[in-house]
Design a protein around this ligand. Sequence first.
Ligand code: GAL
Length: 687
Amino acid sequence: MTDATPRRIRLDALAFGGDYNPDQWPEAVWHEDVRLMREAGVNLVSLPVFSWPQLETAPGVYEWAWLDRVIDVLWAGGIRIDLATATATPPAWLVRAHPEMLPWDADGRRLEFGSRQAYCPSSPVWREHVARMARAMAERYGQHPAVVLWHVSNEYGDHVARCWCPESAAHFRRWLQDRYGDLDGLNEAWGVNVWGQRYTAWEQVEPPRRATGPVNPTQLLDFERFGSDALLELFRIEVDVLREVTPELPVTTNFMSLFRELDYWRFAEHEDLVTDDAYPDPADPRAHVPAALNYGLMRSLKGGQPWLLLEQAASAVSWRDVNVPKAPGRMRIDSLQAVAHGSDGAMFFQWRQARYGQEKFHSAMLGHRGESSRTFRETAALGRELKRLAAVRGARVRSRVALVVDWDSWWATSATESLPSQRLGWLQQARDWHAALHALGHAVDTVRATGPFDRYDLVVVPNLYVTDDAQAAALEAYVAAGGTLAVGPFSGVVDRTEKVHPGGAPGPLRDLLGVEVDEPWPVPDGSAEQIELGGGRYDAPVWTEWIEARDDASVVAAFTTGVLDGRPAITRREHGSGRAWYLGAVTAPDGLVALMRRVLADAGLPARERTDPDLETVTRADEHTDYTFVLNHGARAVTVDVPDGATDLLGDGPVRAQLVVPPLGVAVLATPRGAEPPFITLSDTTE
Ligand code: GAL
């Protein structure tokens, strides 16, 4: 069952707070915590994420008293709770009683207890115990007025996204039986006549382990699907319990941005609120660009509804090789970027910096120096600013461009060695296409390959290697109705069982795009071909294709080097009232910007004349007002032209026609809601 009308979180402000781990501290500290939380404006905390062993100290022996007191102290302080079901990690007593619940890696090694997530997602013992613990938590605390949200488990798949143990193998077989019915169905789907892999009994079927050579690609793809589904089942076990005991409380589980291992489209169907954990690397001056794509996914997972940034670092993390802190102002703009993209708040991991354990060097809102720490001052200042932005709560991002995210294509192009090239990275393509649209001034939503597309003037498909008829029909209908579509290389290649479509790529998209791919023509490492587009020449590293354009498609750009010299590289075909573009190459960022500029114009959308990747503008809107966030992620001031009569919610009031945004500066411009969202451009006076 999916939820058409999500339950809302009972909070009348933008959420602000963080993970709280009181069981790492003496009780006296809790009172100090609440005092400082109030001072900082904290209104929501997440707990007790990893506390199962402290809550059930032996089978059936519950120690609720400490958590009862923590919750009461928070409630008395006016702080609401995103209550975790505490099932993120199993207690040692459970693991030792049932060592078979520990996960195995692909080489058959059992992963030991001593970190977290020490469970096989398919383990019946684990499943039974998480259902029991979720019920115990719900019955104990579900009616407490402080509890406003369920936080199920924690970052599914963060450490153990796939398991190769015997229990998982049995579960994989059951999953395959559901999908294919019988062994004939499986043998046909997996194309077993290649390299002699026919199965004559289900017991012969195993998860793809390390083998003598390249493993059957469909077996690999199915294992990815299965792995995502196994964790989804685990999530749903808890969701069902929570819905039964506390039908009125919203449910979430924290996502990890654009995360390969889990099909978040399917996860989001079973939660009320999408939440994300975002850790852009402060060492990367362009980290805000992929972050914008991640946030575009988060708001799109439930059709544009606001989501919540549930975790971010106040400064450094402790899990990279080199953990660079966030310079003053960086945490602020990162937080406001998420709010710009539809997050109804900004939360952190974690409230108080740990003194011991794996995360003692991970920053927190309250650093080791306590109230004196820089992170406390900066997060408290952010808390005050979020109050000034109260009006944007619930407002939706106005985006006219969507990018297709398809986990099957991502998995299939990354699970196997048996491809024309290992260099065509699905995620990199998605990020590059997004980066071009971002540079040209657009906030990009994401969408499934089956739509819905109706609210977009432009839909881009960086890669759709796996394409079925339903997807092709949806894309065709969108174009026929007047939409503009741009499809990237190596799309429409295989069906759901990874069989090449009859006649080759782009398979079911062939008529719509008006092209046939004769052969992909990968480019050797370190070299590049070239494409000429509108008088400019652009590198095509990594990938090119021998394309035959049909008569009804026009060639917009051709290759100018190599074997493909003179052959089509980019095509465009009119279809119904719309148009469909095809790019038969991977192009360098400047080439993608040049292409997207043309495609945007074709869709009737504006594009920034001059680009600056550090400038980002996003508009959230309610019924009456557009709230346009202008963010300068860079180290130099930018000057932008802004609509007349704008008021900066973070500034001193009305803004004149030009706005100078300092390094790491943010303005939030309120204007009456227009027919189109305001389109902010760099002013001519910017150097
Ligand atoms: C997340 C996790 C948190 C914390 C954080 C540190 O992946 O959910 O519990 O470990 O990372 O960055």
